[in-house]
Unconditional design. Structure first.
Length: 153
């Protein structure tokens, strides 16, 4: 049985480990663990940034996603962005992400100010594309542009 809950600070180490695994698997990036752990803790330090949901099986975290917020003046509401998605390999194709996603949809509907849920996915990640489309999400007309900064701390 899979249970979904809002993550707590005690989950931060696992979340960071899963984020590192996801970056290595999907983008072949080795993330700086100290910086990553600080970034994960940043959500718990300031909940206005978002929150994590975790999926558990027999008391062990087996999957996660992070929700962050974006105000839309066009829609007079908040978009919830799904980020930092990870499911342990042995639990993939067992509806773990679907459970996390459905839980986030229910939470968004309860809020009353959420106008949509968005996520971005690597262009070549066809497996993820298929999952998201099966859940009723669609590709938008927008391309994502980015300018990366290295923060000095």
């Amino acid at each position: 049985m899979i249970t979904i809950r809002i993550a707590t600070r005690s989950d931060a180490s696992t979340i960071a480990q899963y984020n590192a695994a996801m970056a290595l698997e999907t983008e072949h990036l080795r993330l700086d663990m100290e910086r990553l752990q600080s970034g994960v803790n940043g959500i718990f330090d300031d909940p206005s940034r978002g929150f994590y949901l975790v999926a558990e099986h027999n008391g062990t975290v087996i999957g996660q996603l992070m929700i962050t917020y974006e105000w839309s003046d066009w829609r007079n509401g908040v978009f919830w962005w799904i980020q930092s998605v990870y499911v342990k390999e042995e639990f993939r194709a067992k509806k773990v992400f679907r459970s996390l996603y459905d839980h986030s949809l229910a939470m968004a509907n309860e809020k009353g100010n959420v106008c949509g849920i968005r996520l971005y996915v690597e262009k070549e990640n066809e497996r993820a594309h298929a999952v998201y489309e099966k859940l009723g999400m669609s590709v938008t007309q927008y391309n994502l542009f980015e300018k990366d900064f290295i923060l000095k701390r």
